[in-house]
Write a protein that binds this ligand. Sequence first.
Ligand code: NAD
Length: 432
Amino acid sequence: MKIAVVGTGYVGLVAGACFAESGNDVVCVDKDEKKIATLNDGHMPIYEPGLEEIVRRNRQEGRLSFTTDLTEAVQQSSIVFIAVGTPQGEDGSADLSHVLGVAREIARAMNGYKVIVDKSTVPVGTSDKVRAVVKAETAHPFSVVSNPEFLKQGAAVEDFMKPDRVVIGAEDRRAEEMMLELYSPFTRTGAPIMVMDCASAELAKYAANAMLATRISFMNEVANVCELVGADVDQVRKAIGSDRRIGTSFLFPGVGYGGSCFPKDVKAMMRFASEKHYDFKILQAVEAVNHCQKTRLFAKMRAHFGDMAGKTVGVWGLAFKPRTDDMREAPAIPLIDALLDAGSTVRAYDPEATKVAKGIFGDRVTFTSNNYDALKGADCLAIVTEWNEFRRPDFPRMKTLLREPIVFDGRNLFTPDQMKQHGFTYYSIGRA
Ligand code: NAD
């Protein structure tokens, strides 16, 4: 099949590469000329495990190309994906200007029947808006499909190639059949393709992210209570996770959720509910808890040191989660801001996000080329992202580098017993 994907970010680039990998001819479009030039030069504008290899192979085999020319891409394709950003607007609602702008451009470029697929995360009713925008611009026939994306950054290629499910909101049989054919290679393992109305498909994406954010905030509150009553959140987590109604995933407390999706999608869901005069109280609490949780590591440091002025803090992990370079809404940002405001010096290391972090903090933070250098002369270590390479460190070496052996672990990478044995003063989340 001939596919165009408009928007070459975490979702669009992964989707385009994976559709090419399953044998389709794919052209990826972006208005960002630098990004397209980078891709055409054989480099990756983002870090995502396994992506570079798939992009390289499919480019070489002639199934994947990159362009800024939307018109040509649309004209040579039968299915056109919209995978541009839907950032948070000023009032918390999803900003649809990119999605609708692209829909208009697609309409103007059309030269025959097209299936226009919205892959961006968009509020209920957006497929109707896309339909109206396209209809106003062209007499060519078209179908609008809603196909929300559930991939996780850090495992995006794997998630796309082996999805838990594919959700398709379709308005007619022709578009539905084309989508079923396109996705059939990805669901051979038995993952369901769920065809539904567009409103349900659009809402399913928000409900999934809101549910996951709710679990995180819930467990963070459980962890905070554990600290107050002398319980161990790891034990509590295992005890409740073994209940099949609850399950084990997404029960890890930490320093709050971040990223480009959970914060904005929770806000957008509250917003479109409130537009229908519905007060989504649980999500208000989820958001408030998350905001507080992002301040807890700094609060623990202040409780230990009293004053943070003049202290040097080594920070391990900047990205909002491991295996990505994405720092959008990353908990490291408010932590480092609080430290700098308090007069601390920050030495930070992240395996992939340093370049992005330099764009945020400039020379206010010292970025090191490995995790041990971040500890040189530091009064303590703060762990913010649970990269695997931080899990088995050389503890004696850490002790020689740190001025005092103190660790504030926002991701519970170690056990309190283990840290005691190694002679560290150790603070974590939800454990005495
Ligand atoms: P992103 O910001 O990484 O990428 C968006 C891309 O769209 C950018 O490269 C931008 O230049 C391009 N773009 C914007 N306007 C354009 C236009 N008019 N023409 C051509 N290109 C244009 O965003 P993302 O993280 O890939 O997310 C895209 C959508 O998918 C969002 O709605 C997001 O909520 C959703 N989503 C994201 C994830 C994720 O993990 N990142 C997962 C599932 C769903």
